[in-house]
Design a binder for this molecule. Structure first.
Ligand code: SF4
Ligand code: SF4
Length: 374
């Protein structure tokens, strides 16, 4: 296992962090075994959240089976409209985990303007954060987000946070400007779920396997991330200890991309462009906003992956989470397009956006899965 300085926090974190959202399955001892196995493999960063059901309780139990001083703990707590509610949540988390000092507190889910406003409110959530930092109860504060690039940049640019926990993968590069800005500010950069939300890469499609061979697509994506020194740690979220072994295969391999890796990634890129032809969306985001609240780049990103790499399961998984809000899962489904045409002149690729959105819906709406591109 390799370790990297987590930006200005000065914590030295393992390049893989143990995300404890999914490990609640199985018997009650399963969680402890997951943590023990992670520590054995060299992981020194454990990440949970107030909102992950029994995860904090199980972490508290698991900590009794390992050397607490050998790990850094992050828990995530959502911003609240009042100081008292945030403090109550914080105290609940500390009690459940069974610790007096928290290494890193992430403000959970700064996904939109409302959450941003609550997070940085000096009289409410941020007053609580300041008090916890001043008293030494919390050593560092960062934030996690499922938001779009502008709200991420706005939050980063407050310079109130020491680290960021975000989505960024080969299959989702829209946040590249955020990575750049975070590096300029010497922030810790923690990538959420590269193997699952980054493309269900632990069970890659045959197309992706063929294009990656002899490498594994999951390892290629991890290597693409870890070859970037601005990125410090990637989450891995096993439900059982055995699921840790495969992702960890690259844990000592953090140097620049090899020729073989570069060639495989080049094959991905060339195949994507060739498969999508004139319908390739570059995910530049210039078409936004849509008056119907459709996150056009995100929908076409999922279409790109489904059409070019047969990633229908991934696309369906993500598409069917869309709930019409702009918080955790952004915006409306493609069938909400009224063909108003407002986005069309803004697209540098001159894409027929309404047609592609209806196509995406037919392709990815659960239970449909019709391939309209022939
Ligand atoms: S044409 Fe459709 S996607 Fe484009 S702005 Fe209008 S409603 Fe939104
Ligand atoms: S402007 Fe065009 S290429 Fe850019 S994200 Fe929107 S649809 Fe895709």
């Amino acid at each position: 296992m390799q370790y990297r300085r987590f930006g200005k926090t000065e914590m030295r974190l393992s390049v893989f962090s143990l995300g404890l959202m999914r490990y609640m399955s199985g018997d009650p001892d399963n969680a402890t075994r997951v943590v023990q196995r992670g520590v054995e493999l060299g992981i020194n960063h454990l990440e949970t959240a107030r909102g992950y059901g029994t995860s904090e309780d199980l972490l508290g139990r698991a900590l009794k089976a390992i050397d607490r001083t050998s790990v850094h703990i992050t828990t995530k707590i959502a911003p609240r409209p009042t100081y008292d509610r945030f403090m109550q949540d914080f105290e609940t988390s500390m009690e459940k985990i069974g610790i007096d000092v928290l290494d890193n507190l992430d403000i959970h889910g700064i996904n939109n303007e409302q959450k941003f406003a609550w997070a940085v409110d000096e009289k409410q959530t941020w007053r609580a954060v300041r008090k916890l930092l001043d008293s030494g109860t919390v050593k560092h504060v960062g934030f996690s987000t499922h938001g779009k690039t502008p709200i991420l940049l706005k939050t980063v640019n407050t310079e109130m946070f020491e680290s960021i926990n975000l989505h960024y993968y080969w299959f989702y590069q829209a946040h590249a400007p955020v990575i750049e800005r975070a590096a300029e500010l010497d922030m810790g950069v923690f990538i959420i779920s590269p193997n699952e939300k980054g493309g269900l890469l632990f069970k890659p499609t045959e197309t992706l396997q063929r294009l990656s061979a002899p490498l594994h697509p999951m390892h290629l994506n991890q290597r693409w991330l870890l070859a970037d020194p601005r990125i410090h740690t990637l989450s891995v979220g096993p439900s059982v200890p055995e699921e840790l072994d495969a992702p960890m295969a690259v844990a000592d391999n953090v140097g620049p991309l090899t020729e073989q890796e570069r060639a495989a990634l080049q094959r991905w890129e060339e195949h994507r462009r060739a498969s999508l032809g004139a319908d390739f969306c570059t995910e530049c985001q210039k078409c936004l906003p849509c008056p119907e609240g459709i996150d056009i780049p995100e929908l076409l990103r999922l279409r790109n992956a489904a059409v070019a790499f047969d990633m229908l399961e991934y696309g369906t998984f993500r598409y069917n989470l869309l709930d019409g809000s702009f918080d955790w899962f952004h915006g409306q489904m493609g069938d909400h397009c009224t063909e108003c045409g407002q986005c069309l002149p803004r697209c540098p690729e001159k894409l027929a956006i309404p047609r592609l959105l209806f196509d995406t819906h037919d392709l990815l709406k659960r239970g449909r899965g019709k391939r309209l591109w022939g």
